[in-house]
Design a protein around this ligand. Structure first.
Ligand code: SF4
Ligand code: SF4
Length: 351
């Protein structure tokens, strides 16, 4: 039985109609919201949000992607030109090597599409003591020309894969991500399984709601995914992460176009759960952009809520790793997306 999904086929059509100016104005709406209701809400619960020890360096290597998903908070796509250069990779690696941060988490866009993706991983894996690498993969990229040997490369370097898979049905996946994405994703998961992913190497899937609602319970969805993917396609994976869509970029455009932005914001506000705050990913993560600029998370990055000092925006190489702990996190109304219901992070639900 399928549950917790709402098929919204109009979502694709609406996004085609949405203009870039609509995207910009939605971002502005959230950015220029003078009253930080999220901060006020934290205060009302006697909570604050500060960095703890850094466990993850999340690097967004650029906006280039082979897909143009409806829920994308990056506005990524095949025509985007913003990608990390080799020089920036070297500066990040040099900084990272002088820290004890155990994990580097590569995201995008489709991170695999930058020319120096493999070089980046090879340099990290050559470090001693060894560091863990995560690749946030959209699966379909593994079948684009030039990427056929990439699954083997990832397995050889023991890279953890966190793969987008918004549903286990063709209809819902293709509505959110585009025609043919479901079939390509299934094929990619089968290849990854054949290389030991899901058994020897970690393979996690990510669920995003296909519309303006909160994810269902993570453990129930995981059981559904495991049963259906195994039964129909023989696919196995480790965990399912449910991630709430944040009302920014392309998803904000969809909400605005359907007059659902206020309603969705209210849904997030009404479901504020103080128990999620201690697990928010911004507490133990540093987020870096394709230019090396630093943020509290990938969402803040898209809203240009940079770390700054008196001289302007900070780059990773300006940061003293010892000074990050206890740093105050920059928040805004979009943060309600991380604290609604069971909470949401790059590792799924929080409570
Ligand atoms: S959601 Fe991921 S796969 Fe989809 S367009 Fe954005 S970056 Fe690409
Ligand atoms: S969007 Fe989420 S992860 Fe980012 S600062 Fe706000 S609460 Fe933290």
């Amino acid at each position: 039985m399928q549950r917790h999904y709402s098929t919204e086929p109009e979502i694709s059509r609406v996004l085609i109609a949405a203009t870039f100016s609509a995207v910009s104005s939605c971002c502005n709406f959230l950015q220029t919201d003078k009253v930080n209701r999220f901060s006020e809400t934290l205060g009302a619960h006697s909570l604050s949000l500060r960095h703890t020890k850094t466990e993850v360096l999340q690097v967004n290597v650029g906006k280039l992607c082979n897909l143009t998903c409806v829920h994308c908070h990056v506005n990524a796509g095949p025509k985007r030109k913003e990608i990390m250069t080799c020089q920036t990779i070297d500066r990040i690696i040099d900084w990272f090597a002088h820290t004890e941060i155990p994990t580097i988490d590569l995201t995008g866009g489709a991170p695999e599409m930058i020319p120096d993706f493999r070089y980046f991983i090879e340099r990290v894996k050559a470090m001693r003591p060894t560091r863990h690498v995560i690749d946030r993969c959209n699966l379909t990229i593994l079948f684009d020309p030039g990427y056929k040997d990439l699954p083997q490369f990832l397995a050889d370097h023991e890279v953890e894969i966190i793969a987008s898979m918004p549903c286990y049905t063709l209809e819902n996946v293709n509505a959110q991500r585009g025609e043919g994405v479901f079939e390509g994703s299934i094929k990619a998961l089968q290849v990854l399984n054949s290389l030991g992913y899901g058994t020897h190497f970690p393979l996690h899937l990510v669920y995003n709601p296909v519309g303006a609602f909160l994810p269902g319970p993570q453990s129930e969805l995981e059981a559904d995914y495991k049963r259906e993917l195994k039964k129909h396609f023989g696919i196995i994976f480790n965990s399912l992460y449910t991630i709430t869509n944040l009302p920014i970029a392309r998803f904000a455009s969809y909400l605005r176009h359907n007059n659902k932005l206020e309603e969705y914001m209210q849904l997030l506000l009404d479901n504020f759960n103080p128990a999620t705050v201690s697990g928010l990913m911004c507490r133990n993560t540093i987020s870096v952009s394709w230019t090396g600029e630093v943020f509290d998370c990938d969402f803040n990055q898209m809203l240009k809520m940079n770390w700054r000092d008196g001289n302007g925006v900070l780059h990773l190489w300006d940061i003293d790793p010892a000074m990050v702990e206890n740093r105050e996190i920059v928040t805004g109304s979009h943060c309600f997306g991380c604290t609604a219901g069971a909470g949401s992070s790059c590792g799924g639900a929080l409570v």
